[in-house]
Design a protein around this ligand. Structure first.
Ligand code: CTP
Ligand code: CA
Length: 231
């Protein structure tokens, strides 16, 4: 059956989605990254565009084409992603951060390949800026700001903490402990924790399904908590 979303000729919102990992470079040939493949974020961008929204996707390095009707901005490091998101959210209604942003970076990137010497090597890493928390607290904050919490244990508890700490309207609690979901998989199963008008947190469970289906449900659940954003 068709949902009301598909029937209503809704006005377009401006939506910014982030996806993929970041790369923090150590020297010309080496970098720190993670297992994110960008699939969930690309599906979210595609789902929002299919609903008729104007979508910018800020993506870390992944081997994927831009979804239909999505403006793709490619970035590498957490720092690059912060700058690209800051630009993209100007005038935007919604920010959804699905990217797996590096928590630490190497600030002393070498222009030449580091040669091995000695029996051990110590890399001193520095905390990156929290993009979500920064945008959420900024004067250009979109009306609806949300992120993902990829957790291997105590999923809901950690996700609620991030919802609070980062000042979000919603967070997608993503249990990555199973091999059939999360990173790299075509499927996912999540819970959307959204702050309702009265401040209460409303939980919407999105059952195991293809990431494109999960994305549509996430977008639907998230957008309904914000009276200022049209679906
Ligand atoms: N995030 C961000 N900037 C960072 C780190 C994370 O914007 N420097 C965003 C992610 O895109 C995600 C959300 O914050 O939407 C939660 O990321 P996660 O890694 O689960 O949480 P952290 O706050 O980094 O905490 P930890 O990794 O210690 O669990
Ligand atoms: Ca993190």
């Amino acid at each position: 059956h068709l949902s009301i979303l598909e029937l209503a000729p809704a006005p377009r919102s401006r939506v910014v989605v982030t996806a993929g990992p970041t790369e923090e470079h150590i020297d010309v040939v080496r970098f720190l990254t993670n297992r994110s493949t960008g699939k969930m974020g690309y599906c979210l961008a595609a789902a929002a565009a299919a609903l008729g929204h104007e979508v910018t996707l800020v993506s870390g390095p992944v081997d994927r084409e831009a979804p239909l009707d999505v403006k793709l901005v490619r970035v590498s490091s957490a720092r690059d992603m912060l700058l690209a998101v800051q630009t993209a959210v100007t005038g935007a209604d919604v920010l959804i951060m699905a990217a797996a942003v590096a928590d630490y970076t190497y600030q002393d990137t070498q222009a030449r390949k580091i040669k091995k010497a000695g029996d051990s090597l110590t890399l001193n890493l520095t905390r990156t800026i929290d993009i979500l928390a920064t945008i959420s607290a900024s004067p250009t904050r979109p009306k609806l700001v949300g992120g993902f919490a990829a957790e291997s244990h105590d999923v809901i508890e950690y996700a609620l903490g991030k919802l609070e700490r980062k000042g979000l309207d919603f967070i997608v609690a993503n249990d990555i402990s199973g091999s059939d979901r999360g990173f790299g998989s075509d499927h996912n199963e999540v819970a959307v924790l959204a702050r309702g008008g009265n401040g209460d947190v409303v939980q919407t469970d999105v059952s195991f399904a293809r990431k494109m289906t999960v994305a549509a449900h996430i977008f639907d659940a998230a957008i309904h908590v914000s009276p200022g954003v049209s679906s």
